[in-house]
Design a protein around this ligand. Sequence first.
Ligand SMILES: NC(=O)c1ccc[n+]([C@@H]2O[C@H](COP(=O)([O-])OP(=O)(O)OC[C@H]3O[C@@H](n4cnc5c(N)ncnc54)[C@H](OP(=O)(O)O)[C@@H]3O)[C@@H](O)[C@H]2O)c1
Length: 377
Amino acid sequence: MGYHLITGATGLLGRYLIRDLSMAGVPLAVLVRPTRRMTADQRIDMIMGFWDDQLGRELPRPVVLEGNINEENLGLSEEDLKWATENVDYMIHSAASLSFYSTSHESEPWRSNVGGAKKVLEFCKTAEIKKFAHVSTAYVCGLRTGRIMESDVDVGQESGNDYERSKLEAELMVRGSDQFESLTVFRPAIIIGDSKTGFTNTFHGFYAALQLGHTLMQMQSRDETGLLYASSRFTLNGDESKNLIPVDWVSAVMSYIITHPKHHGKTYHLTPLHPVQSRLVHDVLSTACKFYGSRFAGAGVELTDPNEGERLFYDHIRVYNSYWRDDPVFDSSNTQEAAPHLPCPHVDRDLLLHLSQVAIDMNFSWNDRTPHRFGVK
Ligand SMILES: NC(=O)c1ccc[n+]([C@@H]2O[C@H](COP(=O)([O-])OP(=O)(O)OC[C@H]3O[C@@H](n4cnc5c(N)ncnc54)[C@H](OP(=O)(O)O)[C@@H]3O)[C@@H](O)[C@H]2O)c1
């Protein structure tokens, strides 16, 4: 088997892919950019040390290629480019910018999501890599409603933000390229932490609302029960569905499909069979942040007289506006057919409370450099 090269290996999903594909015996290489304080090698060392701690055994190390998806030949040295050309036969492109809005087409998320994807395609041509897995998002469907099929791509939909539009453009570009023998597209919904340990190293989406709620509640004084009365209104009706999926499940399904060539060449919605309802998310937020008294004001209701707490909440959560609504229904027939033995863990109250508590205990931050040992006694 040739090497599989992963972009985005230091991200939330990427680090789980390294773990799962390594455990499946896949020879791996990773494209990683250095930070101001760490080389690409050091960054991967930290991540692998984390997995060794978690698993209680040493995983094989991936070959680390220092680079950047926004540069020609991904910024690889001549030697690394030669190595990749000789050894890599499968590209897993997971790197992306998760910035939702941009100031121009030259800035994020366009630069990495569209410009970077173009450079990755060019690199694959140069290095003669013929198998490609592209990590897109279920939300390339934008603001569509109803049932979204895995075969649907551009049906003239309106996007909810620049991120969704950039991911759609990237997916269209990858699909439009005829250079691959096999192209597999993965479209995850909203990724949350590990269903078993609660770990996450990023705090978007569900966590952003949790962090905001937690911070606002820390600023208030509580009654004798330790709870806080919050007369806030949620501009939803409680029935909206949200598609939350644990990162360990996303990685498990992707790794299974990647290691089973008969499943290559399709598009997979990585979405749960049972989305959560906004009523449950509200219940979890109020329990985790220890407040009561807030209520649903109705979907899309404009608060003409917001109180201080509501004003702060909606000002800060504005970036997620397009997700503050009912999700469409994602058909996931291909995923269910390919991996029926890997059902998505049920995202219920207990799991969301566990994830919330872990995030609060982590103070909504994670730094691979800090020598802390997550969950290891
Ligand atoms: N998180 C979600 O809820 C979600 C949902 C649906 C789809 N997705 C998709 O899933 C994929 C992985 O997302 P994630 O949650 O793992 O994101 P993440 O944690 O933010 O990780 C993003 C990764 O991309 C890398 N990257 C970004 N720009 C790069 C560049 N110019 N050169 C090299 N590497 C670069 C980052 O490297 P650094 O560490 O150096 O910054 C990081 O490794 C993305 O394609 C995303 O669009 C995510």
